[in-house]
Design a protein around this ligand. Structure first.
Ligand code: SF4
Length: 72
């Protein structure tokens, strides 16, 4: 599977989930995910450095990271 088809499959899988969570995750995946870079789509989204993005505060994050970010 090449990079593009891997990313497309991941986006399709996420966006097919019910509710907005999957759609937000799919958009973030489409925006930032590079399977040749370190970590999963979720890891890369969590490391996003675009606080002005309207989805930034809703992006996928582990509960541990959410707690850490809330303390800032
Ligand atoms: S929060 Fe980050 S990864 Fe998600 S859409 Fe915005 S810029 Fe892209």
């Amino acid at each position: 599977m090449n990079k593009a088809s891997h990313v497309v499959k991941t986006i399709e899988k996420l966006s097919s989930k019910a509710g907005l969570r999957g759609k937000i995750d799919a958009k973030c995946c489409e925006c930032i995910y590079d399977p040749y870079q370190k970590g999963s789509w979720r890891y890369q989204v969590e490391k996003c450095t675009s606080p002005t993005c309207p989805l930034f505060s809703s992006r996928a994050m582990s509960s541990k990271s959410k707690k850490r970010e809330a303390k800032k």
